[in-house]
Design a protein. Structure first.
Lengths: 321, 321
């Protein structure tokens, strides 16, 4: 076993302390975990692959660790769930400096601690050239109360948390060789999973459907509409465009509509329910309405309507537009 | 999204049917799963990386699919648990033929069906050159009844299921360019996780400690002794050496002692308990005894004792001896 792999296991074991929900953590064939009584388990897995989801020369190791756990926690948030434990499978090339792995774990564990999610297991291996992480997050939600993508009904209003497009704008600047710093693009480097908002919406029975914005509004709203068999109308002017850079400027509407990697929540709620304008300190914006049929339309100033097609999400490997 | 990735998702979705333990499968942010009442959750993750855990020119795609799910199911077996659901994260290079992915899934899903384990989710991505799979298996066990590595006590007897060393012998032959077929080496190509034996041992409260033999007897017995803070004496003559090849011959003792990849169960039981000579149709052999102290000794014919050192497990990447 290469040194980096041994050190990784030692460090994971050292941080896994006795935790009431985890009778057995790292060091056995499986982790043993307690799901709270009356709850169902939630499970999500997310790859974070070098040159697909991050680049070693753009993202410090701590940022890679933070971002790959965010992806899993954000999926738990999107179900209205609470995270119970994380699992990290990490394959690194033999020649990777030990400091990279240490700093990766610093970022991963800092976010885990912030959300009180113990790292309860995983796997390690040597990879040929690239760094490969696969993160599993186990969570729970009261039985039958998970907020699915399939619950949106015609007439429901569409809401989004926070600001959109910051991730896409950061990516354009990185590809253009421009300076992108954690100060100017905090949510690109340190996206925060919206766990508290997801739980609030579930506890108050506000959301009829929910998804996290990892692939971009146009794609992810498409998923809600597909699963719920409905259409939607989105008001262009109401989209909260991220304010980024220095001097601070709002991103292009296109980036807010199609850019991924923002990890905000998109949800629908009955028009009879009162959705607060801020939840857990984060602004919540009304951006449209669910309709009958299958069309997803963007309504611009003056009432001009055009189809809002999913334009997907660019990975870090190369620029597709 | 490349074609292979799209087809993979479509196929996974098509096979995920309504299952009582899985209210929500693929197609939402998380899978939602029901853990049986009074049970704890078991979770294990295992990488299967090309040229580390398998080779494309040695292992047909169905075999790779079968073997990568076996690793996870075998971990569930080693806790005395029952599998509930599997999750497959698969990254494949863009130029990989679609038939490879189809046949991989054939092997994976055939084993999943045999153990009634639905494929409930996962992730897909494009990898630069190698095929990378990370398999998660979620299982359950009655609360407080998981069989850990840490429960062995001095005086307990040591048992092993099935036969050992077949995996290592197959590997030597593959490295030597010799013919290795599923007929002559069935457990190398299609290892069977010992779920029924693990459950029997747990239900009858027979095992004090258990582990699956993925890294080899010398290494895995070392894990039980480390976690239980005990030593062990193993009788060389009692080790069930795999009979493989054609004409059928028993493998070298060295392969049975140190070779990995057999996915048999190694467990300890109080000397006051009766352990049947066969469980679920599989022979169970008494191979030694747990002792005080930390030494792990191999006792040969005539009483000659020597330390049984963990000699680890060779991966498919290269030969280390």
């Amino acid at each position: 076993m290469p040194l980096a792999e041994k050190a990784l296991i030692a460090r994971i074991r050292a941080q896994t302390r006795r935790h009431p929900a985890i009778p057995v953590g790292i060091g056995d064939d499986c982790a043993v975990l307690r799901i709270p009584s009356g709850h169902e388990a939630l499970l999500t897995t997310d790859f974070s692959l070098e040159d697909v989801h991050f680049r070693r020369n753009w993202h410090p190791p701590e940022v890679v660790g933070h971002r790959c756990l965010t992806r899993g926690l954000s999926d738990i948030a999107a179900m209205g769930g609470e995270p119970l434990a994380a699992f990290l499978s990490l394959a690194v090339p033999a020649q990777l400096p030990q400091t990279w792995v240490d700093r990766f774990l610093d970022g991963f564990l800092a976010l885990a601690e912030q959300f009180r999610v113990p790292l309860a297991g995983g796997d390690t291996a040597q990879s040929p050239t690239e760094i490969l992480a696969d993160v599993v997050v186990l969570g729970s939600v009261p039985r039958g109360r998970a907020i699915l993508r399939s619950g949106a009904r015609p007439g429901d209003l569409i809401y989004v948390t926070g600001e959109l497009g910051g991730g896409a704008d950061a990516l354009h600047r990185l590809f253009a060789g421009k300076r992108v710093t954690p100060e100017n693009y905090p949510r690109h480097f340190h996206p925060i999973p919206r766990i508290a908002i997801g739980c609030f919406l579930r506890e108050h029975r506000l959301a009829t459907a929910m998804i996290d914005l990892s692939d971009g509004l146009s794609t992810d709203l498409g998923h809600i509409c597909d699963e719920s068999r409905v259409g939607a109308e989105v008001l262009a002017d109401s989209i909260p465009r991220a304010r980024v850079g220095r001097p601070v400027e709002a991103v292009d509407l296109k980036d807010a509509l199609h850019g991924g990697d923002d990890y905000e929540l998109l949800f629908t709620a009955s028009s009879r329910k009162h959705v607060p304008p801020r939840i857990a300190g984060v602004p919540v914006r009304l951006i449209g309405r669910i309709s009958r049929g299958k069309k997803i339309l963007l309504v611009e100033e003056g009432g001009k309507c055009s189809p809002l097609r999913p334009e997907g999400w660019e990975h870090f490997r190369g620029r597709s537009r």
